[in-house]
Design a protein around this ligand. Sequence first.
Ligand code: G3P
Length: 217
Amino acid sequence: MKFFVDTADVAAIKELNDLGMVDGVTTNPSIILKSGRDILEVTREICSIVSGPVSAEVVSMNADAMIAEGRKLAEIASNITVKVPLTWDGLKACKVLSGEGKMVNVTLCFSVNQALIAAKAGATFISPFVGRLDDINLDGMELIADIRQVYDNYGFDTQILAASIRTVNHVTQSALVGADVITAPPAVIKALANHPLTDAGLAQFEKDWAKTGQKIL
Ligand code: G3P
């Protein structure tokens, strides 16, 4: 399973990338706002660090404007993935941009039918938002599993990018149901290393080691 980082925090991306944890990056207008930086400038910097797909999102509502924005974003670097919303206009933009050989991530997906239609429009990635479905008492992970089944039934090669991942359990469940990619904030990715029994075991080893009076170096 690939790990994308859902952030425009360059320092956090660098830290995870140095550990081999970053297969790609996803951003959106809210993430750009949080970064406080210019979208073109920060996206260019991210692309200079990460060689995998870097999603940059269009902001217009009509297809022609989305296509123009997508083309401009794609000029930043060859690993740009143009992110478009799952609307009829977004699907038109997806079809045109993917037809030009650009990677396209169709975002704000909340149903199997939306995922199906995005695959037919040539999406490279579909981004179902797990956490936001959980927020309204629906089951985000069930959506990921259902999309997996539908895509496998018909051999669609659109990659399932589980998004709005908020917890380490979302990561486990995404892996179990066969999501191709998860995108999560850096804190969630770092939390994957945590286990209370690891901490307890290490504390015991530290205590016992001190009692030996030995040194390795
Ligand atoms: O990847 C999509 C993500 O940025 C949305 O996450 O937590 O705002 O629902 P969230």
